[in-house]
Design a binder for this molecule. Structure first.
Ligand code: SF4
Length: 429
């Protein structure tokens, strides 16, 4: 977190879950009417303290702090153009802070610096930037990552303003949802209210919010593009059930994001819904573990089977996705060990076949199980009796969208050029 107390900016950050980093004593030291906070799961090469956010720069007075959700695709080119040596930047977020800092050091205001730097960024970014007496919230022109605006108090008598990635953060604070920040828009919160500037024109006729926000990332009580995520997930399950029929005794979901889809599957198929796995509530999402071996071990620490519910039963197991397959394979083995007679896997996203360059840790296509295998080969690797993925058409129908989302990892249709290196650009031209 970073706070501004009227004189200076204080930054407290560390690796780990929020409640292990911020205890009461730490929170007591964070004072002021302006604050930003950020959590980011470790992506490749950045699982260390220095990559934790917010990023702070001293430029200007009292400097600024920045939180960034997403990944840029042209960091090499940006760094080279700014004369920053390869390896000097800790992350793409650090690079954005440095580019802004250079402009501020040269005499620009932070707003001017944002106006000049942001058009040069390619890829995904939802940013919050804290400076003296102001917070800026910015979404990239495609709107890959969500960002919304909320208000404390009433419309007639606002008592404060909030920018958040997801709407439940507003609910927790007692703030009401005002609207989503638009692709390319910058909203600025000050003591006198909110101002808006369309910093960049929207890059596409429709926004390209990450479709995996609906499938997996977002909390089920989030509202995105006007849709409640839980309802969309339930409809994914209904659609999956309509795609194929398999005889089974119980439909169960993989906690947490597979549960609403399992409910929908059970309702549409008429097969009983039940719980077959209990989640250890003290463990975070598996993707916090940054390598393959750690992910497999993490499954057993995170999920435990409810043996009496699944022993001797033919299970339909609904999960949100298969990326590398390590987690799913361990999960199926665990269910069989616990006595499941059959395991039929149903996945509420199409095969994950292409790397994501916009903030998900899948940099290498070779790591994606479905990229180089047929459906039967994936099924055999996972060790389930049958496997079915939702189709992209049914996924879109469940979310009630046409092509308003990025689905590049499922279709290969990237809304932007893919990561640009200096060599690929012909020496940084
Ligand atoms: S490529 Fe996939 S995971 Fe990445 S932003 Fe697009 S839909 Fe989301």
């Amino acid at each position: 977190m970073a706070t501004y107390d009227g004189e200076s900016i204080t930054v407290v950050k560390d690796n780990g879950l929020v409640f292990s980093v911020f205890d009461e004593r730490t929170l007591m030291t964070l004072r002021g009417a302006f604050a930003i906070g950020h959590t980011r799961y470790s992506t490749s090469g950045s699982a260390n303290w220095t990559a934790a956010q917010p990023v702070y720069r001293e430029a200007g007075s009292p400097g600024f702090a920045l939180g960034h959700n997403g990944n840029l695709t042209n960091t090499d080119v940006l760094a080279a153009e700014a004369g920053i040596l390869p390896g000097m930047m800790l992350s793409d977020s650090d690079l954005v802070a440095e580019l802004l800092s250079m402009k501020v050091d040269a005499g620009a205001t932070l707003t001017d610096a944002l106006t000049r730097v942001l058009p040069t960024l390619e890829g995904a970014y939802s940013l919050v930037v804290l400076e003296a007496n102001a917070i800026h919230g910015i979404r990239d022109p495609f709107g890959f990552r969500p960002l919304c605006l909320g208000r404390l108090g009433t419309e007639d008598a606002p008592e404060g303003w909030v920018i958040a990635s997801e709407t439940p953060a507003l609910d927790v604070m007692g703030a009401s949802f005002v609207r989503e920040v638009l692709p390319g828009e910058m909203v600025t919160l000050t003591e006198t209210g909110v101002t808006s500037m369309q910093l960049l024109p929207p890059a596409a006729p429709v926004e390209k919010l990450c479709i995996f926000e609906f499938v997996y990332f977002a909390r089920p009580d989030s509202y995105l593009m006007g849709h409640q995520v839980h309802t969309a997930r339930r409809r994914m399950g209904e659609r999956l059930a309509s795609q194929s029929r398999v005889e089974a005794d119980l439909v169960m979901g993989v906690p947490d994001s597979g549960i609403p889809a399992a409910e929908g599957y059970a309702a549409a198929s008429g097969i009983e819904f039940g719980f077959g796995l209990v989640k250890n509530r003290y463990i975070g999402r598996t993707f916090i573990a940054p390598d393959q071996a750690a992910r497999a071990t993490a499954v057993r620490r995170k999920l435990n089977p409810l043996r009496e519910n699944i022993q001797g039963k033919r299970l339909i197991v609904v999960d949100d996705s298969i990326v590398r397959g390590t987690t799913t394979r361990a999960l199926v083995a665990m269910l069989r060990d616990a006595g499941a007679a059959e395991v039929h896997l149903r996945i509420s996203s199409p095969p994950f076949m292409w790397p994501c360059y916009y903030g998900i840790d899948t940099p290498n296509r070779n790591e994606l199980l479905a990229a180089t295998r047929t459906l039967d080969e994936v099924r055999d690797y996972i060790g389930c009796d049958s496997l079915e993925y939702i189709t992209i058409e049914n996924l879109r129908a469940a979310i009630e969208i046409d092509d308003e989302c990025c689905d590049a990892c499922l279709t290969g249709n990237y809304p932007t050029s893919t990561p640009v290196t200096i060599a690929a650009r012909g020496g940084g031209q």
